[in-house]
Design a protein around this ligand. Structure first.
Ligand SMILES: Nc1ncnc2c1ncn2[C@@H]1O[C@H](COP(=O)(O)OP(=O)(O)OP(=O)(O)O)[C@@H](O)[C@H]1O
Length: 311
């Protein structure tokens, strides 16, 4: 388990992390979400002992990373897949990492296979695609067969097949009872990957909630196309809905379901060319949560690990 309590990091006048408290439980994939600059990487660096908190604590299995016995066997991390020597081969890079952690050579071939890079071990890293470098980074994180996996933006640069592959891998790890923390700014990818999400905005926690609950809290909307959008908008507004014009000329309607929109249009002889209920997505919930800059927390920040969705 990862536990972060009242964590603060300041760089001069910049408050990168502003009093974060949360727990990452084993047995599920936890997404660490937030827009660029929200403080995700800074938080992960502090969990991994690579940055010193201004105040507060970050522990893994009850101890700060630096105090863990054989930390690389307990925690596997991928922070920056670009931070490698491009002249090294994939195998050479992993072997160097394995030696530093006291891990045997056989494990290098094993993790190359686990990430689908068998046969590529002899390739120089500079000749690997971005997606393959991500896989190599993940292979490095797996070297010590760790119980805790921390991956910063592992979906970056991956093609759809690669994204599905990472998703399966992470879910498999969680099923084995490991702790899996994955940062991303790709909200909709996380919807299909994570069981639970921590959402940060401007260094603050704005949600600590199950993915299903978060999507349920997002507003449904209906997209409607009509040759008379102005007439339809007026009709819907009179009936209590909130229509707004989209860039493509369609109306986006909230506050009314698709069936009612269709019935109203039919009753008033308004022609519809399309009537599409749009399922609420994690991205909608995210925008709603971070739209106020994270000033409204959705759980009591003092109850790490027990936080409830409160709005
Ligand atoms: N070493 C540093 N010195 C000064 N400011 C920093 C440093 N590292 C991060 N910051 C600032 O702290 C804030 C949080 O950055 P951080 O990289 O943690 O965000 P992030 O959520 O990981 O974003 P991204 O998705 O863009 O990586 C940003 O304003 C960033 O400019």
């Amino acid at each position: 388990m990862i536990a972060v309590r009242e964590l603060v990091k300041r760089y001069g006048d910049t408050v990168a992390v502003d009093g974060l408290t949360f727990a990452v439980e084993p047995g599920r994939v936890t997404g660490f979400l937030g827009p660029n600059g929200a403080g995700k990487s800074t938080t992960l660096r502090m969990v991994l002992g690579l940055d010193v908190p201004t105040s507060g604590t970050a522990t893994v299995d009850g101890a700060p990373y630096r105090d863990l016995p054989s930390p690389t066997r307990r925690v596997g991390a991928l922070l920056d897949p670009g931070a490698v020597d491009p002249g090294r081969t994939a195998h050479g890079h992993l072997l160097w990492q394995a030696r530093a952690a006291g891990i045997g050579r056989a494990r290098v071939d094993e993790v190359l296979g686990l990430v689908g890079l068998e046969g590529r071990g002899g390739h120089a890293i500079r000749h690997l695609s971005l997606g393959m470098r991500q896989r190599l980074g993940i292979a490095g994180a797996l070297l010590g067969d760790p119980g805790v996996l921390i991956l910063d933006e592992p979906l970056n640069g991956l093609d759809p097949e690669g994204i599905v592959w990472v998703r399966r891998l992470l879910r498999g790890f969680a099923r084995e009872g490991r702790t899996v923390l994955v940062s991303s700014h790709l909200m909709n990818e996380m919807e299909a990957t994570a069981d639970h999400v921590l959402v940060v905005s401007r260094g603050r926690l704005v949600a600590d909630v199950g993915v299903a609950e978060l999507a349920a809290g997002a507003r449904e909307r209906v997209e409607v196309a009509s040759p008379d959008p102005a007439g339809l908008a007026a009709l819907l507004a009179r009936a209590g809905a909130a229509p707004s014009a989209a860039a493509d000329g369609r109306l986006v309607v909230t506050g009314m379901d698709a069936a009612r929109v269709g019935e109203l249009a039919a009753a008033h002889g308004v022609v519809l060319h399309a009537l599409v209920p749009v399922r609420a997505r994690l991205e909608d919930a995210f925008i709603r949560l971070t739209g106020d800059g994270g000033r409204t927390p959705v759980r009591d920040a003092g109850t790490a690990g027990e936080g409830e969705w409160v709005r």
